[in-house]
Each structure stands twice: as structure tokens, then as C-alpha cells.
Design a protein around this ligand. Structure first.
Ligand code: SF4
Length: 492
């Protein structure tokens, strides 16, 4: 690792804006936040992957991966960030280095040529150039190539010097924020500003979640000036330094960026969530209060309260028909951070019993909220191996598992419905109407007649007569073939 990258990583590990980080002794802080990997367990993405996740939703930028083909292919669009306009971010650009290119030292030349080609064919407002393990190890100086290309072609080429080996995906997200702070934010001035301009950091408009929130902000006259990086344009990132308030959405990875923007440009920030009814209201309240403190008209607070009252009443009315269909159902929630407590409280409001929730990525404050909502710590889980998750689903007689995609097969083996509530999900669940959509999805899953069929013992599992003779075949019997051993389904 280059000295410059080492220095950047160490700075990222020392985050005074993060309470968890502050509570650690200096020695522990140097090691960062990632847990050591468990041999044999699936590991999350690399630092480069984290940087791509954070920046790829900037939709009009060309994202150029300087690497052999696989790095670009593996990281391309692995979350469903939606765009309301440009689609360039969906094109995978890579320098596609071969062994020969590496041996002959052609990496930097290929990178320069690729930038030129993109400028000529796509004319984007900017090109983000991502370093990866291979190109960082062979010593390609992407910062120098970007500088030369920017001068030659007049289009900003921004180095994202976050190779995979620098660390975890989470670290990559942090460093991506740092790259924006160093090279992009503050480079463009907006044509006009208002007292109600905000930044939203840490939201990625997954399947259009931002669009469940934006109409509420529009009604209050609040403008999203800067976004990192939900449905963002390059200029929006470059103008973030002129917003009045920053909202940090469910993301501790980017807290360093929010803190630096506060120190550099005096933009205060708050952490909030748009998952769940009460959390959405709380986020809107805090946002309006802080905007008023920074010069927005005082009536913004009253208008916000009126909007909250109207939206909460609307959401509760929309949820009422689902209550008898989901009341008393038992949910195991396996997600992280803010999402746990905001979803737990919303589900409990509907009479759904939460039999357990994970607190993997939760802060101490998040955990305290979960205890407050659920009564004690007995149903909080840090990490759950698939086997334990299977056992918990069975023991707790859970009716549904809500988790990320990695756990879906555990639910299937336990013959339990499953809903994706993580980043890869295909339905947006943000804001008031998002909560209604989530409960609709729960209803659709738990009341689906297929589960009754799936849980019924198979015909070939029926007891055989004591004589040992086989029952006569019926027309409903499966075709002859290898017999499934029920134990195959028990062991996950
Ligand atoms: S950057 Fe490194 S760790 Fe990440 S995908 Fe590429 S080779 Fe793998």
C-alpha cells in the first residue's frame, strides 16, 4: 500500500464524529471498524466495491474501472439504484487490462486512451477512475493520468484511489466520501441558493426510495441541493458545500464526510432514517428545525407538523385493512443499524410480534432503542450462522423472515416466507407509503396459500404399514426416482 493511501486509511479510522469510534482506545482505533473475517464464511465486498456502491448512483458520470475485466464485472450495478434521467452510470467502463498489458507496462497509456474515448463518445460531465488491486500493485499513478487527461480534454477525471486490498467494503464507502471531499465538493457554485437547501448523504435511491420522500420535501419547499448519491448528478455533488443542512441517512460510513463538511463549510448535520412511520416524521421534524435555525422561515415547522399529521393519518388508514391479516404474526428480523429499530416499532404498531432482531451494524444508541422497544436484550442477535437462524425460525415458530438475500435459502429450508429488506431488494420501503408497501408485502407472503402446501407432509412421508409392504401407488404420487431424505432439508 502506498504511503499516501496508508495515511488516508489511518485518517478514516480515526473518526471523531462517530461515538463508537471515540469510545475505542487509540490502539483499537488504528485497526478500523471491520471485524476479522471468519475462515470459510462469505466475506463482504472489497474496498473498491464499497467505493463503487457509494459513487455509482451518480447517474451522469462515466465510472471507469482501471483493472482486469473481473473487478468491473463483479461490482457493476450490484444494487438497484434508480435514475430519473441519465443512464450513463449503467454502462460498465473498464480498461480491461491483460497480462500482456501489465508485463509491458501499458496500464497508464490504456487508461489515458480510455478516458479520451469516453469523452469523445459520451461527453459526460466527469469521469470517475477507480483504482483496483492489480493496477495499484503495479504502481499505475491514476492521479497523474487523471490530471493530464483533465487538462487535455477539459472534462474532470476524478481519481478514486481505493483499491480492493485497502480493506473492507465499509472502508471503501468511507474513502469514496473522502475522494469526493478532496476532488469534487466545492468545485461548482449553484446558480441560486435557497434557505431550504439540504444535502442527503448515504441514501442510494434503491429502487426509487428517494422518490417516496421527495414529494414530502417538495410540499415543504425543501430542495435537495446535494446528494451523495441518490439519483445524483455530478454538479449536485460538486455544489454540496452550499446546502444549509445535511441529513445522514442510516450511514455511519459517511459520517466523516458530514463532519468534514461541517468543519469546512459550517453545514450542520443530523442522522436520521426514512424507514418506519415515526422515524420518517422524526427526520422531517429535525430537518425543518435545523433549517429554521439556519434562516428558513419559521412557519416551516408548523407546515411540517401539518404535513406529518396528514401523512401519518393517511398511512394509518392505509394500514388498517391489513391489521387483521397480519396481527399476531411472528417475524424474525435480520438486518442492521437504524433499520432494525425503526422497522421493529412500525411492525409492533400493527400487532406483529418481533421474535428477534439482529443488531449487527447497530451502534450502542441503536441497541438502546431496540431494548427500549422490545423490552430486553434477549431477542437481540449479533451474528447468526445459517444453522442458528434455521433453529431460531423453528423454535420461535416464526411466520416470516425479513432479511438480506443471503439468508433467503435458510428461510426456504425452514419453509418460512421471506422478504428482502436489504440493499438488493426490488421494492422500495421508504417513508409513509413505503411502510404500507412493506406491510402489503408481509401480507402477500404470510397469507400465500403455497405455504400450507409446502408445509404439508409429502405423500411419501406417510407412515408405511407395519408389514413393510409399500402402499399402492396413487395418481398423486411423485414419479419414481431417488427418495429425498428429510434430513437433507434439516441441515443448513
Ligand atoms: S479490487 Fe481487488 S479485491 Fe476488489 S474485486 Fe478487484 S481484485 Fe478483487
Amino acid at each position: 500500500m502506498s504511503d499516501a493511501l496508508k495515511q488516508t486509511v489511518q485518517e478514516a479510522f480515526n473518526e471523531p464524529g462517530c461515538a463508537t469510534n471515540r469510545a475505542k482506545p487509540a490502539e483499537a482505533r488504528k485497526k478500523g471498524c471491520a471485524r476479522p473475517l471468519t475462515p470459510g464464511a462469505a466475506a463482504g465486498g472489497c474496498a473498491f466495491d464499497g467505493a463503487m456502491i457509494t459513487l455509482q448512483p451518480i447517474v451522469d458520470v462515466a465510472h471507469l474501472v482501471h483493472a482486469p475485466l473481473a473487478c468491473g464485472g463483479n461490482s457493476w450495478d450490484n444494487r438497484g439504484s434508480a435514475s430519473s434521467g441519465p443512464m450513463l452510470y449503467k454502462t460498465g467502463f473498464t480498461t480491461d487490462l491483460t497480462e500482456l498489458d501489465i508485463v509491458m507496462g501499458k496500464g497508464e497509456k490504456k487508461l489515458y486512451a480510455a478516458i479520451r474515448e469516453i469523452v469523445q463518445n459520451h461527453a459526460p460531465p466527469a469521469i470517475f477512475v477507480y483504482a483496483t488491486c492489480v493496477t495499484a500493485m503495479i504502481g499505475d499513478d491514476i492521479a497523474a493520468v487523471c490530471k493530464a487527461a483533465t487538462e487535455a480534454f477539459g472534462t474532470p477525471a476524478i481519481p478514486v484511489d481505493v483499491p480492493g486490498y485497502a480493506g473492507s467494503k465499509n472502508l471503501g464507502c468511507k474513502l469514496a466520501g473522502e475522494m469526493m471531499y478532496r476532488h469534487v465538493i466545492g468545485t461548482v457554485e449553484p446558480e441560486r441558493t435557497t434557505e431550504c437547501d439540504i444535502n442527503i448523504i448515504g441514501d442510494y435511491n434503491l429502487n426509487g426510495e428517494l422518490w417516496q420522500i421527495k414529494p414530502l420535501l417538495d410540499r415543504l419547499g425543501i430542495r435537495i441541493l446535494g446528494s451523495l448519491s441518490a439519483d445524483a448528478r455530478y454538479r449536485q455533488v460538486a455544489m454540496m458545500h452550499r446546502a444549509r443542512v445535511t441529513m445522514l441517512v442510516c450511514s455511519h460510513a459517511l459520517i466523516g464526510l458530514a463532519r468534514k463538511m461541517e468543519e469546512t463549510w459550517g453545514i450542520p448535520f443530523f442522522e436520521g432514517s426514512f424507514y418506519g412511520i415515526s422515524d420518517t416524521s422524526q427526520a422531517l421534524r429535525t430537518m425543518c428545525r435545523m433549517l429554521v435555525e439556519r434562516g428558513a422561515p419559521a412557519d416551516l415547522i408548523d407546515r411540517c407538523e401539518a404535513l406529518i399529521a396528514e401523512e401519518e393519518a393517511g398511512a394509518r388508514a392505509a394500514l388498517a385493512p391489513y391489521r387483521p391479516r397480519v396481527e399476531g404474526r411472528r417475524v424474525l428480523l435480520y438486518t442492521g443499524g437504524h433499520k432494525s429499530w425503526s422497522v421493529v416499532s412500525a411492525l409492533q404498531e400493527l400487532g406483529i410480534e418481533v421474535v428477534g432482531t439482529s443488531v449487527r451494524k447497530a451502534t450502542e444508541a441503536d441497541k438502546a432503542r431496540v431494548v427500549q422497544i422490545m423490552g430486553d436484550e434477549t431477542h437481540m442477535y449479533e451474528n447468526m450462522a445459517p444453522k442458528d437462524m434455521y433453529a431460531t425460525l423453528k423454535a420461535a415458530k416464526a411466520d416470516i423472515l425479513m432479511s438480506g438475500a443471503r439468508s433467503q435459502f435458510v428461510a426456504l429450508k425452514a419453509r418460512t416466507p421471506w422478504i428482502d429488506v436489504n440493499q438488493e431488494k426490488h421494492e422500495p420501503y421508504a417513508g409513509y407509503m413505503g411502510m404500507v408497501d412493506l406491510v402489503r408485502a408481509i401480507d402477500r407472503s404470510v397469507n400465500n396459500p403455497v405455504w400450507e402446501e409446502v408445509r404439508r407432509p409429502a405423500p411419501w412421508e406417510a407412515a408405511r404399514p407395519a408389514t413393510g409392504l409399500r402402499l399402492a401407488a396413487t395418481s398423486q404420487d411423485p414419479a419414481p426416482g431417488p427418495v429425498n431424505d428429510p434430513k437433507d432439508f434439516e441441515d443448513c
